[in-house]
Design a protein around this ligand. Structure first.
Ligand SMILES: [Zn+2]
Ligand SMILES: [Zn+2]
Length: 445
């Protein structure tokens, strides 16, 4: 039975609202204040929470924020209701993550209409992510930005693209974005064209906050749309929290619109765990060998897995698949091997590996310790971890299309010397990869 929780310190309102909902087939739970309500949300997982704004101990905004900060409750819809009719309260409720706002006193029709709008049919499926008319497409990823360090438009990068790090992953009804480099702008345009004014729910996973991984965010159209919800997940940096870093790049004098004034529903979550869910997609994170706090992610869809290490320098130099020298001067080979082994184990068996291979082998000699890898070591990492498909990624700003052609040809030669059937390609802006076609045997295609 569809389940609703009413959190309100006004017993009359709880009774009145509860009666209406029971008569319409809902199982009704009640709480007289926010803390108890949150406990019930976690234990009973109602589809909808109707929450009064002004309550002692834990007000409606706080209830919303606490529900929204718990990834396991992302399918819970929250309606804030209040006897006050201030527009600022309505906006604040949306900012806190509420799906809707209801002004007291409301009629039974108003309540039922609203519930039907946010939960058509009292459904048990994911709320308003894609219109019902969309058939669920195969799990896939699309490259929107493949360059490292700085965007490089121009005639020498036409084929592979000049935008910085951004990948879209679709799995079931989830749209997960990896990094917010300048490629994010094009993705935003396409999402707006596809979804129009339909509700849109997006999750952005940030590897780290270097410019080439966040600069597309101010130009991402969905953040200017009130009907879009964007959750940004990432790890805290050493000096400032994630919220401060992301809002900093949109402060005057860098940008005309401050992050906090955006009408889109943005939530920034600093991750603590290295293993979590985004809807049905399990996500694991591992720290990369790169200056500051930087992670790689691995996403497990029901049709195959993707690992994304946009910025990473292997801990060892390799000859074939053998570690032969530490890349950090002070490290012993044993230590470097052990560190590298952790990443290999993390990546073990991934279907698609998108990896920082910024340099060729000769260039790398003069960039050891910069936090980026070379093609030769990237191929070794892919082979050692048993990846099926390697995409060279984070292309150096100085590398032309022809240079990338030569690098992938070299990478394929290296891969061909080993028995594993590793496929190697260059990540190219606009390229789409269906995960089932890489994962192959798991799905029987
Ligand atoms: Zn980078
Ligand atoms: Zn970086």
């Amino acid at each position: 039975m569809k389940k609703v929780l009413i959190i309100d310190d006004d017993a009359d309102y709880r009774r009145m609202t509860g009666e209406v909902l029971r008569q319409n087939g809902w199982q009704v739970l009640e709480a007289a204040e926010g803390e108890t309500g949150l406990e019930l949300v976690r234990q009973q997982r109602p589809e909808i929470v109707i929450c009064d704004l002004l309550m002692p101990r834990c007000n409606g905004f706080l209830v919303c924020r606490r529900i929204r900060s718990d990834l396991s409750l992302r399918h819970t819809s929250v309606v804030v209701c209040s006897g006050r009719e201030y527009e600022v309260d309505r906006l604040a409720a949306h900012e806190a993550g509420a799906d809707d706002y209801l002004t007291k006193p409301f009629t039974p029709e108003e309540l039922l209409n609203l519930l039907a709008r946010i939960r058509p049919g009292g459904r048990d499926t994911t709320p308003g992510v894609m219109p019902a008319s969309h058939t669920v497409a195969p799990a896939r990823l699309k490259f929107w930005g493949v360059r490292g360090s700085i965007p490089t438009p121009g005639p020498s990068t036409v084929r592979y693209g000049g935008n910085t790090s951004c990948i879209e992953v679709r799995a079931g009804n989830e749209i997960i974005i990896l990094d917010a480099g300048t490629g994010l702008r094009g993705l935003g345009r396409e999402l707006m064209a596809e979804f129009g004014d339909q509700p849109l729910q997006l999750t952005l996973l940030l590897s780290h906050t270097h410019w080439d991984h966040i600069q597309g965010l101010p130009f991402f159209q969905p953040i200017y749309q009130p009907h879009c919800r964007l959750r940004i997940l990432g790890f805290e940096g050493a000096r400032r929290g994630l919220v401060n870093v992301l809002s900093g790049q949109m402060e005057s004098p860098y940008f005309p619109v401050p992050l906090k004034e955006l009408p889109g529903n943005i939530e920034i979550v600093e991750l603590r765990d290295l293993d979590f869910q985004v809807g049905p997609v399990r996500v694991r994170a591992a720290f990369a060998n790169h200056p500051g706090i930087c992670v790689g992610y691995q996403l497990f869809t029901d049709q195959g897995s993707v690992a994304f290490f946009p910025d990473n320098e292997p801990h060892c130099r390799h000859e074939g698949t053998r570690a032969v020298a530490p890349t950090k001067k002070s490290a012993s080979l044993d230590y470097a091997r052990a560190e590298e082994q952790k990443i290999i184990e993390f990546l073990r068996g991934t279907d698609v590996l998108i990896l920082d291979t910024q340099y060729d082998c000769a260039e790398y000699e003069t960039h050891v310790g910069w936090g980026h890898g070379c093609v030769d070591d990237g191929v070794a990492l892919a082979l050692n971890s048993g990846a099926k498909q390697l995409y060279l990624f984070h292309h150096d700003p100085d590398h032309t299309d022809e240079k990338l052609d030569r690098m992938v040809a070299h990478a394929r030669e290296l891969a061909a010397q080993e028995p594993a059937a590793l496929q190697v390609d260059v990540a190219r802006e606009g390229a789409v990869v269906e995960l089932a076609s890489v994962a192959g045997h798991r799905t029987g295609t």
